[in-house]
Design a protein around this ligand. Sequence first.
Ligand code: ADP
Ligand code: MG
Length: 531
Amino acid sequence: MTWHPIRPMPDIKKDQQIGKSSRERQDILVRFQYTIEQSPEAVFWLERNGRFSYVNLQACRSLGYSREELLSMYLWDIDPDFPKRRWKKHWEELRTLGRRTFETRHRRKDGYIFPIEVSACQVTLGDQEFHAAFVRDITESKKAREEQSRLQEQLQQAQKLEAIGTLAGGVAHDFNNMLSVILGYSEMLRNKLPAGHGVLRDIGEIEKAARRSMDITRQLLAFSRKQVIAPVALDMNRQIGSTVKMLGRLIGENMELDFGPGEELWMVKLDPSQLDQILINLAVNARDAMPQGGKLTIKTSNMTPAGKSLPFNGDVSPGPYVRLTVSDNGSGMDKEVLSRVFEPFFTTKETGKGTGLGLSTIYGIIKQNNGFIDVRSEPGTGTTFNIYFPRFEGKEQIPEMTEPTPGSQGSSTILLVEDDDMVRNMTANMIETLGHTVLAVPGPLAALSFCETTHVPIDLLLTDTIMPKMDGAELSSRIEVLRPGIKVLFMSGYPTAPRGGGKALPYRGNFIEKPFTKDHLASKIRKILRE
Ligand code: ADP
Ligand code: MG
């Protein structure tokens, strides 16, 4: 391309002129010319009719047109968001404002469209007017901004769930205490009545309602990560393999179920019943999303997410994970629903059909085990859940089974520590009917002073875990000093998990979850006293 030397316009004011001599001026102008031409930003001059009268090298490069092509084109030929009819107004606005910066898009010759930022200014030289536009490709920074706001959203979502979890956990805890009382007294009442008594049916109804409430509180506890768990080294393929049949029955015959176990799958550390719960809840949802039938696919695989492939950059530590993928080709979800699925009690199902606790339970379980979950869904296409559990490097163990075996009367002395009056009375009542001697005290200090001041032999300490002043763990270690060899059984509907954490609890084996039945308590006590 040939360059015509640019002469300063005659009416440029003296103080705006650059260079002292005309030679110097000429030299500077040539530099200007090359600076604009070589600029890393695309530069466009637009005439009053919207046509380009100058484009620099970068403009040609970024759009894939030759200079000749561009110089015969108009703004609306390259900006898909700029209709020709808006040109006049645009021209006038820029004339008034002098300059403006805005975002829009450009279309390359091959049709590819990319986002840009434009700084435009109005230039008047004598009676000549034109627009100069400086254009930057903002594909990268836009991506970074979107990524940032996605992370922000995820963080808010996680914080919201955390807050709801704390609330739900607190409610569930108190609720559980009351349910222990209701169930405990119902059971005692039942035992006092002769078989066939008319009131027994009513008691049955009370118990049924209490058990249903128990199920709900159990799920809330799972969500708030307060569930007592017994994680073991687990081969997920084996566990799923043994549940798959049951899942098939659960979802019904008109649904296809496909399980694709990943090869040489790593171990995870997980309570098998929690894995079952995850699968059941997901399968039930999939079934509900495919009333006309469809396909449920379960897959496992090893993966080590790194850098950008982390689904949740925000709260995921890199490292090896075992991934469980559960997908269906059902109704799918829109964005609105998708953003709320893990909230407890969020349901789109009609009353009686959904509790809104399925996915929140899963969320809690996954967090409790330091995993994470990712869900993708399109309305009409289906839904895919990806669940990641950290790889566990250790040997597989067979989980121990504790079968409650009812019957047989006891004869031991039990120190019961419980701060809730109703729960204490009810539990004391239960222990007595089991034939044991019970010493019931309302708190740790009373328990300690009892052990210090008397010589009554005590076989077992049965204590709540969370109490004001001192928790069950501390109480037990202090009593063990006073009474070496004493057996300890902890009870709570709300075991002390570290705040926000999901570590296993220190009470494995000698723990009983509230609410419990008399039979369950009896077998626990028996087991511990036998040890
Ligand atoms: P519930 O099943 O009791 O409604 P969940 O917590 O299990 O509660 O699910 C919450 C909501 O998420 C459901 O009501 C439904 O709208 C949506 N959902 C969950 N899983 C799926 C799925 N596989 N396909 C479509 N929608 C789903
Ligand atoms: Mg559900």
